[in-house]
Design a protein around this ligand. Structure first.
Ligand code: NAP
Length: 315
């Protein structure tokens, strides 16, 4: 079996993936990150985006005629979906390590906003402001756009802490203790409801700029946005305008239309925007190696891998 890494993470993964494949009893394999001359022998491609001059390198997958699948190290695969040379199954990463990271990051920022923690950390001016007490989670309404592999456990963790949580997805869902909505009417309900809105959608044709001038205006005045999905889910001009008008109170953004976020971008200096550099959740090498090995095994057995992308849906 030959595995090709179209990724600059090969040195980090080689030992761990070999170990994970061995644990599953899979045959010895050749692994490399060199676009080998034996392209016809490549059976699996492990992929993560590599940038050159600020742009993600676009590969020609058509030469790997015996490749069984492209396995992404990351959960977001939007940059692969418009690559017409990709004619084999594409599998996104669904990994416990990634999920735990996302839950922790979203819960941390939800609590930070809910408890008004910034006010105390950034405002130590000698004045004893003891009259304004933080509310309890049960009195805070949180909406989550996207209740998939990352959004669902995040919604459940917030519900466990007592938050009043609603979720929105493409298809109807039934989650214990969390009211779920779908469709455009459902979106409006969630936007109207949420005081804190967490965005954990994939970037697709349907979700591009889903938070725009119109949808932002549906949101409650003084509500907060936390975006850990993808930058282009938000129309930045509309968000900056809404912040300026005092409609949206603040935004915590981990992902941006252009990454790294250019130093001159207004988000960096906006007093009510928190920028984090796409660190909400990282794929854990150890746990994701096990996921890759398990998916290789499933594919070799002719079964459906976990995280199989539906090209029509776009995620
Ligand atoms: P997922 O399991 O595919 O879940 C996606 C969710 O979004 C599902 O609930 C899906 O609805 C919903 N959705 C998709 N299109 C929709 C639409 N048009 N209308 C309404 N709902 C829609 O994805 P995931 O693994 O949770 O990851 C979500 C995203 O997080 C990734 O695509 C990636 O962009 C981002 N991410 C960011 C980081 C970071 O560090 N910031 C790390 C990892 C991932 P259904 O349930 O009905 O299908």
């Amino acid at each position: 079996m030959r595995i090709l890494f179209l990724s600059d993470l090969f040195p980090s993964y080689e030992i761990s993936l070999r170990q994970a494949l061995k644990e599953r009893g899979l045959p010895e394999c050749t692994m490399s990150d060199k676009k080998t001359e034996k392209v016809q022998e490549v059976e699996f491609i492990i992929y993560s985006p590599v940038k050159s001059n600020g742009r993600v390198i676009r590969h020609d997958f058509s030469t790997y005629i015996n490749n069984k699948a492209v396995l992404s190290i990351y959960a977001g695969v939007e940059h692969l979906l418009n690559n017409s040379s990709l004619n084999c199954p594409l599998v996104k990463m669904v990994d416990d390590g990634l999920t735990s990271g996302m839950i922790e990051w979203c819960v941390a920022h939800t609590l930070r906003i809910h408890l008004g923690i910034d006010r105390h950390i950034l405002g130590q001016d000698g004045i004893w402001r003891h009259k304004s007490k933080p509310p309890l989670a049960k009195d805070r309404r949180v909406g989550i756009l996207g209740i998939g592999a990352l959004g669902k456990p995040t919604a459940e963790a917030l519900h466990f802490l007592g938050f009043d949580v609603v979720g929105w997805s493409r298809t109807a869902k039934n989650l214990t203790g969390i009211r779920c909505f779908h469709g455009s009417e459902g979106l409006k309900k969630v936007l109207r409801f949420a005081e804190i809105l967490i965005v954990l959608l994939p970037l697709t044709k349907e979700t591009f700029h889903i938070l725009n001038e119109e949808t932002l205006s549906v949101m409650q005045k003084d509500s907060a946005i936390i975006n850990a999905g993808r930058g282009s889910l938000i129309d930045d001009i509309a968000l900056l305008k809404s912040l300026k008008m005092g409609h949206i109170l603040n935004a915590t953004l981990d992902v941006f239309a252009t990454e790294p976020l250019p130093p001159s971008h207004p988000y960096w200096v906006h007093p009510r925007v928190t920028v984090t550099p796409h660190i909400a959740a990282d794929t854990s090498i150890e746990s994701s190696s096990k996921v890759l090995a398990r998916n290789i095994e499933l594919i070799l057995e002719g079964k459906k891998p976990v995280g199989l992308v539906d090209f029509k849906r776009g995620y």
